[in-house]
Design a protein around this ligand. Sequence first.
Ligand code: XIL
Length: 348
Amino acid sequence: MAAGAGLLVAGAADRKAAGAPVAAPRRVPLGGAIQAEYFDADPAYRQAFLDHCDLIMPMNELKFDQIRPTRDAWNFEPADRLVEFALENGRQSRGTCHVWWNAMPPWVEAIDDPAEAEAALVEHVERVTDRYRGKLAGWDVVNEVIAHDPQQEGPLRRTGWLRKLGPRHIPIAFAAAARADPAARLVINDYDLEFVGPRFDARRDVMLSIVRQLQDGGVAVHGVGMQGHLYADRQVDGPGLERFNRELDALGVGLLVTELDIIDWHGPAEPQAQDATAYRLVSDLLDALFAWKPPEAVIVWGISDRYSWIPAVLPRPDGAPQRPLPLDGDMVPKDWMRLLDERLRQGR
Ligand code: XIL
């Protein structure tokens, strides 16, 4: 993916009019994942992406079950609208995701014959990638294929695609994407790659071995996406991430953060305390990433606490509101948004 140079500086015109200095463009693009339902309903939400993001990508609208809910129904409209919004405003966009265990439509789930499953996968990846050729800078081709705990379960997550096709569904998907858009940055994306502990070490090792196996098989993979769902009660593994970045770099593979947000379920409920924890985690993550070389992009999973998947999926036991994203519910930037902005501008 191209660096931020040449992109519009978000909000620069407004700041200039107000007499404030105009910031330099960001060396590393700052992205945000946007959702069609709030895009339509909430102008302040839409504006927040324009104010803060160099890259704007659909959060859910390109997932398999959204694009092709039944065998006969292709549903491109919501994704088209979001991608057009990004491009019309001079921003980049990228796609997520072709293969994800949690976005399998029932009609695919029901396929048992391996040849039929492979044909459905290839048709999907080729058709969707081709449709957005020249518009999306890259794709998360596969998402969450690593076992939650490889020490217990073996390397790969037991998914529908693994059951139908075995591990070869991974190179099949990457090869199809490369055929359909040879210029796209093709990414393998996963969670829990960031922290201190043997489970996270094991997950980084599996990621490296998948990348090596793809390359050994002559299949292109350009980047590893670290989701970056940062848990308040975990520690970012600075040396581990620096090593990971260095090893990927030696393979010619980049690193990016694809779904940054904060999961703080057991910490103090006060907003200041939650935001201080978030700041520390994001700061640690950026230190770890920049220690070897800058990430290709940092993308936040949403933009404002007004809308996030976290309270629904990982609610706090005390019922207190969560503050997962860089803008608060009133679209006011938190300190960690300023930190992100500054460091991605500096590129270090
Ligand atoms: C989540 C979205 O945020 C929700 O809106 C949707 O209902 C389900 O998916 N890891 C991923 C993302 O890779 O695609 C998930 O996004 C969050 C966890």
